[in-house]
Design a binder for this molecule. Sequence first.
Ligand code: PMP
Length: 392
Amino acid sequence: QREEPTHFGAGPAQLPTEVLQQSAKDLINFNNLGLGIGEISHRSKDATKVIDDAKAHLKELMNIPDTHEVFFMQGGGTTGFSSIASNLSAAYLGKTGKVGTAGYLVTGSWSQKSLEEAKRLRVPTEVIFNSKDYNNGKYGSIPPESEWAGKVKDGQFSYVYLCENETVHGVEWPRLPECVTSNPDIELVADLSSDILSREIPVSQYGLIIAGAQKNIGLAGLTLYIIKKSILEDIKKASEEEIHKAGLPITPIAFDFPTVVKNNSAYNTIPIFTLHVMDLVFQHLLKKGGVKAQQFENEKKADILYTSLDQFPNFYNMPVDKSCRSKMNVVFTLKKEGLDEKFLKEAAELNLTGLKGHRSVGGFRASIYNALSVESVQKLANFVREFAEKNA
Ligand code: PMP
């Protein structure tokens, strides 16, 4: 039992209490087996059903077409950065016989980190744009497509990568770039770690979606992948010998997409408890009315909080351009010096926690993921208003 939290941490994040209550029971005794879910074989009938259920519920929630496959891997978003670079460059080699260039659209520190990992693995990369170059050396905007679409058109890209919601900098793509989605030769690869299931998305337009679990969908430890099946076939066409000769990285076996898919996400021991929590979150969301209903609620929450912050432009500094403000991570700083600690202390007295900004940017960040209710966000918005009125 617990009082409903109002925790705005960026991740691991607050989860629905009823999901945790069910998970706690299942950790001790699952399906009346007399054993907890973490104590059964990952190849047992009960574990296989968890995997299949999670996939089916996610497909229903996201309207995933038959052209795409869902799988789960350990290692978090960061392992995703490496596995994307190695698997997708192999896919391009398998498909074309050539080494392609991986194009990165850099809008914050997570897309930058992903780019760095591809470079570290010696995958040829090109930065199509870095939004810092358009905004006085700071993240906080997305340049208009007309500025960089030419590069996408002229390049030989094995894939084009973006982070749909930059968790640290609070920058979210309002829509997918058309110059990428309208080009059938380019696979769009997107990191949705911090906005998966927060809004409806057209899955068919993505070559690959990855999302770490610990924000909107569960506990740390598993990463969700949704991949176009044709990419799996292309990866299989490139032999290890050819990949090696081309100077591309060989994917470690536990992260080799076709191997994981062939084994229904259980090539090696899948953390089945973590996956079960994810599935309970999926079921919870289905009961709530699905992604459409959640999106409606999230838009309302973001509107409440941004409106309250925008009401005091001389007090709160909003570093992100309105056109790409995140609906999940609301980033702001105080214009007056010396009040940061007071803000956090008074918020905590109202049980509003997890508001400290990322260490690289300072200030504040309110993460208003799916599990945060409209009431919780309203409570924070009221505090934001009162704090400004008292301290301006
Ligand atoms: N991508 C995004 C958008 C993230 O927010 C994070 C973590 N906060 C990561 C990737 C990295 O995830 P992990 O810590 O699971 O490796």
